[in-house]
Design a binder for this molecule. Sequence first.
Ligand code: AMP
Length: 281
Amino acid sequence: MEIVKTVEAMQRTSEALRLAGKTIAFVPTMGFLHEGHLELMRVGKAHADTLVVSIFVNPTQFGPSEDYDRYPRDTEGDLAKARAVGADIVFFPAREEMYPDGFQTRVQVERVTRNLCGTARPGHFDGVAVVVAKLFNIVKPHLAVFGQKDYQQLTVISRMTADLNMDIQIVGVPTVREPDGLAMSSRNKYLNPEERQSALCLRKSMDLAETMFREGERDALAVRQAIEALINDHPHTRIDYVSLCDSTTLEDVARLGDETLLALAVKVGATRLIDNRLIRD
Ligand code: AMP
């Protein structure tokens, strides 16, 4: 496995691969790799000749009061995991390599960023869009793999790729979970044992919505209120949002249709967790 640290070296490597007729799959991550990331890598590997993984904690997607400085990092562990899964290249740039002095370009995807984490984390998706656009230009992949755990992020990237005619196939991978249903996340490491228990309110909320839907409930407010009550019954929780929304536009709906996205963001202690499920027959 090759470790590449500069933009120029990565671009040269990718160009050479392309000239040799090799296809490139790309998995962008912020590191502290877990089984969810590794699953994306396996999917990427199955679809292309070469798997490139990036590890970069992207400062532009963190708000001023968020956890950029204390975001968990484990470079040696990450490299060992990426190697074990069969990554061919890890792109591991420094902050100054990605954002040199003078950087001033924005990439803004409009409507699908207005709701959910777009409201809760102003500017977050501008940071995501610009770093992914840059990484696409650096890694030059044929396909890029993202997790459905970050449903809105996947929607934003798909929209950006289509709108800007980037010739890259975007592949979404179902959320990988702990045995008790908690979605794997690098941030789970922040949870103490009590908070870890309370964090199950996200999975229970999604189960509750599904049960209510199956029993005929179609009123989004009724489902939302039931979920809010369930979450508030769990200690150390603070709801950021509970949204029932259209699975394409991500706009809130008043009634559940054939397919509705339930998206949740809950602070458990100091840790913000997100999850989602498509509610449908
Ligand atoms: P992150 O390192 O959190 O920026 O995530 C990098 C990629 O891994 C994104 O495409 C995430 O959606 C994806 N991802 C994170 N957690 C999971 C999970 N539990 N299951 C599947 N994909 C995930």
